[in-house]
Ligand binder design. Structure first.
Ligand SMILES: O=P(O)(O)OC[C@H]1O[C@H](OP(=O)(O)OP(=O)(O)O)[C@H](O)[C@@H]1O
Ligand SMILES: O=c1cc[nH]c(=O)[nH]1
Ligand SMILES: [Mg+2]
Length: 209
């Protein structure tokens, strides 16, 4: 079973509290999603491999640790996942970005695919799929399946808010995937929205409601 990591860092809790507030503006919501994405990325990249390298400081020669050059791909689930990409890119600016387009059917709550484009060498990359919301888990599970169909192997999923139902569905569908969660919420409502949640992440990011 993959790791399920729920953040308890005070900065993340504070920023998630602001994100939830219905009075938070579209601009502030976007800024907060980016900031939380970066803070989460700092922890989610903890296991990147290092290699030794010899350099010269102004004082002497020394051996230092540098990234082994593990190639990274960030894969947002459109639309709302885009809100977490810039935060991750500020940590790993050389990462490539793939996109999975999914929307949730309002009646069935099942994901509908409309786009998928991955870097060609996705099979060799460490992949971070990002989406603010893990509700039923259908979108995340389908996104992981699509990335695997394109050759992706080493996959981590990152979200801002997760319902227990979504965590269970994703980890059962893809037990090899680690899941990083900024805040774990109580449950889903009758429309499969997360409670207390933050509403519709895509609409709040882009001001479409
Ligand atoms: O876990 P699930 O039940 O599948 O729900 C979560 C999905 O719903 C939202 O996307 P939405 O369908 O609203 O698309 P959008 O990002 O374009 O707004 C969210 O960003 C997830 O992708
Ligand atoms: O609470 C939810 C559930 C699905 N999608 C969202 O944006 N929010
Ligand atoms: Mg939406």
């Amino acid at each position: 079973m993959g790791k399920i990591y729920v953040f308890d860092h005070p900065l993340i809790q504070h920023k998630v509290a602001l994100l939830r507030d219905e009075n938070t503006t579209t601009k502030d919501f976007r800024d907060l999603a980016k900031e939380i994405g970066m803070l989460m990325g700092y922890e989610a990249t903890r296991e990147l491999e290092l290699k030794k390298q010899t350099i010269k400081t102004p004082m002497c020669e020394t051996e230092v640790n540098v990234l082994a050059g593990e190639d990274i791909a960030i894969v947002p689930i459109l639309r709302a996942g885009l809100g977490m990409v810039d935060g991750m890119l500020s940590l790993v600016p050389n990462a490539k970005v793939g996109h999975v387009g999914l929307y949730r059917d309002p009646e069935t709550h099942k994901p509908v695919e409309y786009y998928c484009k991955m870097p060609q060498d996705i099979d060799k990359r460490k992949i971070f799929i990002v989406d603010p919301m893990l509700a039923t888990g259908g979108s995340a599970a389908d996104a992981v399946s699509l990335v695997k169909e394109k050759g992706g192997k080493d996959i981590t999923f990152m979200c801002l808010i997760a319902a227990p139902e979504g965590i269970k569905a994703l980890s059962e569908a893809h037990p090899d995937v680690d899941i990083y969660i900024a805040a774990k919420d109580e449950r889903l409502n009758e429309n499969a929205y997360i409670l207390p949640g933050l509403g519709d992440a895509g609409d709040r990011l882009y001001g479409t409601k």
